[in-house]
Design a protein around this ligand. Sequence first.
Ligand code: NAP
Length: 281
Amino acid sequence: MSQAIPKTAKQWRITGYDGLDALKFTEEAIPILSDNQVLVQIQGASLNFRDIIIPLGKYPFSQKPNVVPGSDGAGTVLAVGKSVTRFKPGDKVVTILNQRHLAGSIDARSADSGLGASIDGTLRSIGAFDEQGLAKLLKRLGADYIINYQETPNWGEVAKALTGGIGVHLVVEVAGVLTMKQSVASLKLDGIMSVVGFVGGEGNGADAPNLLDPWLKHYTARGISVGSRQQMEDMCLAIEANLEKLRPIIDSRVFKLDQLKEAYKYLQAGENLGKVCIDTE
Ligand SMILES: NC(=O)c1ccc[n+]([C@@H]2O[C@H](COP(=O)([O-])OP(=O)(O)OC[C@H]3O[C@@H](n4cnc5c(N)ncnc54)[C@H](OP(=O)(O)O)[C@@H]3O)[C@@H](O)[C@H]2O)c1
């Protein structure tokens, strides 16, 4: 059943880089779709650490002034441009972060297409997205061990001990230079440390392992910048095949679109347990 298309959409824009007051809530006309664009009624978006650091002026990647923030979102296709072949009205879709990263390794052009930074993002009720930047959403915890890093500062050694002293195959390093030594301490020989963020703080060079360390300790360290559309689609398939085992961890508090600043502060203060979600309808 096709939905009526409203004339305007509510959205946030990042009007400066001096704090959360730079976020402005507006209502604007829905743009006329170009041939390769898809108009999406966004049903929900969720926040990332990245969304907070952009209006604080601390984001280290490319961004454009006055952008609509938000990289994560899911919704329903309302209309498609005349050259669009992958989607039709009614399809459920999900965004990918780097809108031009379709498959394979990231390149400079893909890295310059971050949703909610270089390209208008998901914190709006309806948005036009390029066909290439969407993936079909199919349908929609259990840890063996939990180590609290605040109570156990040497959590890397403790994690390694839990594997019988062998070490873990892969550590996803989200906290940054302040915790990398612990991540390395948890690794097995020939293990991998994927560096994805710095939510623990910026620290200084002295806190981090240097480039000789991977050789001395026999591990691989690499930076990862989200994934391609192909990987997103593979992930959706894996999720759908394991619906009984995988459940998203969503905070009990869901914010309305006009409460976005409150949501940013809630995430910034670390009050959340799971994803902070925004109801954009
Ligand atoms: N490269 C990429 O593709 C990519 C993709 C997504 C996110 N990121 C980046 O990854 C980082 C994390 O994002 P996220 O969305 O995963 O954040 P998140 O959901 O808030 O998770 C961060 C985790 O790190 C823990 N943590 C914080 N400080 C720590 C410390 N000093 N030592 C050990 N653990 C610590 C937090 O534990 P508590 O809550 O208990 O403090 C929390 O479990 C951010 O820098 C983000 O920009 C990068």
